[in-house]
Design a protein around this ligand. Structure first.
Ligand code: HEC
Ligand code: HEC
Length: 199
């Protein structure tokens, strides 16, 4: 289990990186991240907020979560176009460099427009029943390997939750597979609606 050991090692690095040690990265990694970041943000949104369907917002994402996911893309433990390709030649240090910068982008803003109160209330009950906030924390800001999901794009949230449900997305741990098992597709739609809009 090479990747497991790798992630454990990354954990120590990520703890250092969250204290803002980008400058401590080797110059070669700094250079690579600087060169490639504009292409990443052309898809993911320059100010942390994605404008493209199917592409997640990355602003203020937890650095450790980003590192783990980039590693999973690289190792093809998480399969998704175009990310397996994007991550394929990145070193562990590069992954940490991207994660550090991404975690410092501004957090995305909740979806605007009129709100369906009945859906919001149905979803709130589901969030309580399934203890989403226990791991994702109040306001869904995330922690460690648990992602920030508040104000994430609704279409991406639906895709992510369906992926855990039909087993096409394997998490780094089994938390989400366990959580999603009793949740229906209709409930996934309400949860995504709510999490994309909650303030
Ligand atoms: C052509 C568009 C595109 C480019 C360029 C791109 N990404 Fe992505 N990225 C995506 C899509 C689409 C997904 C969602 C994949 C899925 O559906 O699971 C994603 C997912 C991610 C995720 C996981 C987010 C989460 O919430 O789980 C991270 C982290 C990420 N990208 C970082 C990067 C970095 C760093 C780069 C540059 C090296 C980059 N991306 C370049 C389209 C792109
Ligand atoms: C036991 C802890 C735990 C609970 C409870 C939990 N989550 Fe998660 N969640 C996680 C972890 C850990 C991940 C990252 C898994 C991975 O590596 O893919 C995650 C990932 C996600 C993602 C993917 C985000 C992205 O950027 O790709 C979504 C969406 C999500 N959770 C929604 C929910 C919702 C909605 C609930 C309640 C119904 C919930 N979670 C309950 C731990 C939890």
């Amino acid at each position: 289990m090479r990747s497991f050991a790798a992630v454990l090692a990354l954990g120590c690095f990520a703890a250092v990186l969250t204290l803002g040690c980008f400058a401590a990265l080797p110059a070669s990694a700094q250079q690579l991240v600087k060169e490639r970041l504009p292409a990443c943000l052309a898809c993911h949104g320059e100010n942390g907020q994605s404008q493209l369907e199917g592409v997640p917002s990355l602003g203020a994402q937890q650095a450790f979560y980003v590192t783990v996911q980039l590693l999973m893309f690289r190792e093809k433990m998480r399969l998704a176009d175009p990310m397996n390709d994007m991550a394929k030649d990145l070193t562990d240090t590069d992954l940490q460099g991207f994660a550090d910068i991404i975690s410092q982008l501004p957090a995305p803003q909740p979806a605007a427009g009129p709100v369906d109160d009945a859906r919001m209330q149905r979803a709130q009950v589901l969030v309580q029943q399934n203890r989403c906030n226990f791991c994702h924390l109040p306001n869904f800001v995330g922690q460690q390997n648990v992602p920030r999901i508040g104000a994430q794009r609704e279409d991406y949230l639906v895709k992510a939750l369906r992926g855990y449900k039909d087993n096409s997305r394997h998490g780094y741990d089994s938390s989400m597979a366990d959580v999603i098992a009793p949740i229906t597709d209709e409930q996934i739609l309400d949860l995504a609606y709510y999490i994309a809009r909650v303030k």
